[in-house]
Write a protein that binds this ligand. Structure first.
Ligand SMILES: [Zn+2]
Ligand SMILES: [Zn+2]
Length: 133
C-alpha cells in the first residue's frame, strides 16, 4: 500500500477487488463480491470504504454510470478525464493539462473555486470500434 495509509480489512478488500476488476464496477456488485470475504458486509461498509479510497485518490467515481474504477496513478486528488466505452465498459484515464487549465480559467472567471474535476466521455474504445474491412 502506498503512502502509509492505514486500511481496515474492508477497505483493503474493496481495494483488492477493484484492482482485480477490469473497468468500472458498481457499488452493489462490489458488495456482492465483498460478502464472499467479509460475510457481514453491508451497503454502508462498501460506501464508507469507497469514500475513503476516493478521498485518498485511489479510486475514481464515474457519475454517469454510478460506478467506481481504480485510479491508475495513485496521486492525491488529481484532475482526470475518463474515456468510458459504452460497449465493453472499459475505462481509460487520461490527464490533459490543457483541458484542466482551460476549465480552471473559465471557472475562475466565474469566481468559482474548483475542488474536484472529472470529465466523463462516453464512446467506443479502440477494441470495440468495428474494424473496417
Ligand atoms: Zn486517477
Ligand atoms: Zn470497448
Amino acid at each position: 500500500m502506498h503512502r502509509g495509509v492505514r486500511l481496515t480489512p474492508a477497505r483493503k478488500e474493496v481495494f483488492a477487488l477493484l484492482s482485480k476488476h477490469e473497468g468500472a464496477i458498481g457499488a452493489y456488485d462490489l458488495l456482492e463480491q465483498l460478502k464472499q470475504v467479509v460475510p457481514n458486509a453491508k451497503p454502508p461498509t462498501i460506501y464508507r470504504a469507497l469514500d475513503f479510497l476516493q478521498a485518498q485518490g485511489f479510486v475514481h467515481k464515474i457519475s454517469s454510470s454510478n460506478s467506481y474504477v481504480l485510479c491508475s496513478h495513485f496521486e492525491k486528488q488529481h484532475p482526470v478525464q475518463m474515456l468510458i466505452c459504452r460497449q465493453c465498459g472499459s475505462v481509460q484515464e487520461i490527464h490533459s493539462e490543457g483541458v484542466h487549465e482551460q476549465f480552471l480559467n473559465q471557472a475562475n472567471a466565474q469566481g468559482f473555486q474548483v475542488e474536484q474535476q472529472t470529465v466523463e466521455a462516453l464512446g467506443t474504445c479502440s477494441q470495440c470500434v468495428p474494424k473496417s474491412s
